[in-house]
Design a binder for this molecule. Structure first.
Ligand SMILES: [Zn+2]
Length: 104
């Protein structure tokens, strides 16, 4: 009876695909859960900005601007540390120092 055989084969194929689909859905669900838990664990950026803001203010000697020590660019000058608002101001200061040294 060929018609019965094709019916059984179709049923088996249908069951096979149902199993494959349920397995892949379960696997995807597990992967999504793992990714979700991994993301929620790795969020250490909550108390970083407060620390930078709470540091003392320093003065940029080139432009006279007051900046938080946490975000300023430090430059060691002997025993002193000079702070700048930007690399531009630091370069200006270094250029000025070189000119003064060259004149003297
Ligand atoms: Zn500046």
């Amino acid at each position: 009876m060929p018609t019965d055989m094709t019916f059984i084969v179709r049923m088996l194929r249908y069951l096979f695909w149902v199993l494959v689909v349920t397995w892949s859905v379960r696997l995807l669900g597990r992967l999504v859960k793992q990714m979700g838990s991994g993301v929620s664990q790795g969020q250490p950026y909550v108390d970083v900005p407060n620390d930078a803001v709470s540091k003392k203010l320093v003065r940029d000697p080139v432009c006279g601007m007051h900046i938080s020590e946490g975000i300023a660019l430090p430059l060691k000058q002997g025993n002193d540390t000079i702070y700048f608002c930007s690399a531009e101001c630091r370069d200006k200061f270094l250029d000025g120092g070189k000119k003064i040294a060259a004149n003297a």
